[in-house]
Design a protein around this ligand. Structure first.
Ligand SMILES: [Zn+2]
Length: 459
């Protein structure tokens, strides 16, 4: 019975690509929530059945827990299936649901923590992902034929093919626009020449890279004169202060996306409301769980984000734990899109214990440090001396003087965990500020790693 909704929803999702006011046309195309939910449930059940029948990992897992695909009849029933962890992916071959010769691409990520993960994709998997991305980018950002999009994402580093640039470039091409890439990051003057020569209308990249590039460029040029229509960032959290700064420098809107290699890059993107990222619910089923108990949480509650692929044929993943912390917003978005939104708040595996046992997310430092106007980038180094924590902030700034130093020290003290450690419990011995010139810090990694913990607390 549910099958009859599929062609209807599919056509709304895939073929309603229009040139102007895309989101309005999409909604007036009557893709209403209840049809979308029926479609998602059908796909969820199909994906569970497909995984059981074709993936050795899931076949064994279901057998071990005496589960049958038919045990999943509703969205709630998915909680009967145990989680899949990144450790399980150490042997990707066990997940192969098609003969190995059917794979055409491998994306991998050594990530900021843990061992490299290799995820294999078939041609259909890539087509589906790129198609979802194409629809999303058209709906949310109205990218079309006239656009020239500057893609500053790296291909990857070392052995990693990161996948982000590949998928975005292909989606941009599918929209009839032009994606402009270079093999390396360019110095400020050459980047400016490129933006002008190619008449670039949109820019994509990581927040940390675009922030550092923009700080270099604004010293030389009036960037608002380039009339960049939009900036889209992803792969790292976007601190409010960086968004504000980029929007001011370029005089345009900055939107963020969310994705992960295991899900073939992008899964969500922000609309003009900038209040949560709309999930690609046609291809991914998202849950938020309590990271300790594994219980599924209610909407709006913060927990670990878990994904199930709904369209994957090569390496389907069921209830994959991302280690990202976030929440789901199911209230209808004022923009009119029927897709639920997700907000990402941090990582479960990267929380740092500091001072007298306070837990802090590394990106908390982003919030306070990037609010100081002269800060370009930074690294926090944690050491242990005389049984106390020692915090060193190495900060790239345009101005190197005592006033800036004081400003930065004051900004760090705004973090209650640091303030508590220094003033109350006296478990943090010292905050040392070292100011350095732009481009001093090592940025040789795909994602910015800004907190380095040398304390060996767990050894
Ligand atoms: Zn919206």
């Amino acid at each position: 019975m549910l099958e009859r909704f599929a062609p209807y929803v599919e056509s709304r999702l895939r073929n309603k690509i229009v040139d102007s006011d895309a989101s309005h046309s999409f909604v007036s195309g009557r893709l209403v929530r209840r049809y979308l939910d029926k479609y998602r449930l059908m796909k969820l059940r199909n994906s569970v059945k497909y995984s059981y029948n074709n993936s050795p990992f899931y076949h064994e897992l279901f057998k071990k827990y005496a589960l049958k695909p038919n045990d999943v009849k509703s969205f709630e029933d998915i909680s009967k299936i145990p989680f899949t962890s990144s450790d399980d992916l150490k042997n990707p071959e066990r997940f192969f649901a098609v003969p190995e010769t059917n794979f055409v691409k491998i994306f991998s990520s050594s990530g900021t923590t843990g061992k490299p993960k290799r995820i294999y994709f078939t041609k259909n998997d890539l087509d589906r992902q790129i198609s979802g991305l194409t629809t999303g980018m058209n709906l949310l950002y109205n990218i079309h034929q006239v656009d020239r999009v500057r893609l500053t994402y790296d291909h990857g580093y070392g052995m990693d093919d990161w996948g982000v640039r590949y998928c975005l470039e292909n989606a941009i091409q599918k929209l009839g626009a032009i994606g402009v890439i270079t093999s390396n990051h360019l110095p400020a003057d050459q980047e400016f020449q490129l933006l002008t020569a190619y008449n670039i209308s949109m820019i994509m990249g990581t927040p940390s890279y675009l922030h550092s590039l923009s700080c270099d460029m604004e010293k030389l040029y009036e960037l608002s004169s380039l009339n960049i229509k939009k900036i889209m960032v992803g792969t790292e959290p976007l601190p409010k202060s960086i968004r504000k700064k980029l929007e001011k420098i370029w005089n345009t809107d900055v939107f963020q996306g969310y994705g992960l290699t295991e899900m073939c890059t992008s899964v969500a993107g922000e609309c003009k409301e900038k209040d949560g990222m709309h999930l690609t619910e046609s291809d991914f089923y998202a849950e938020v769980i309590d990271p300790k108990s594994g219980d599924v949480l209610e909407d709006e509650e913060v927990g670990e984000i878990v994904f199930t692929t709904l369209s994957r044929e090569g390496m389907p993943l069921i209830r994959y734990r991302t280690h990202d912390l976030g929440l789901i917003i199911s209230d209808k978005c004022p923009c009119g899109l029927p897709f639920r939104r997700i907000k990402v708040k941090g990582r479960t595996d990267r929380m740092i214990t500091i001072g007298s046992g306070d837990n802090i997310y590394p990106n908390a430092f982003d919030g306070v440090l990037f609010s100081v106007p002269s800060v370009i980038d930074y690294q926090i180094i944690l050491d242990r001396k005389n049984d106390k924590d020692h915090v060193t902030a190495v900060v790239e700034t345009n101005t190197i003087d005592d006033k800036t130093k004081k400003e930065i020290a004051a900004a760090i003290m705004k973090l209650p965990e640091i303030d508590n450690g220094v003033r109350e419990s006296k478990t943090i011995e010292k905050i040392e500020i070292q100011l350095v010139k732009p481009h001093t810090l090592d940025r040789k990694s795909v994602k910015a790693k800004r907190v380095i913990d040398n304390r060996n607390l767990y050894e």
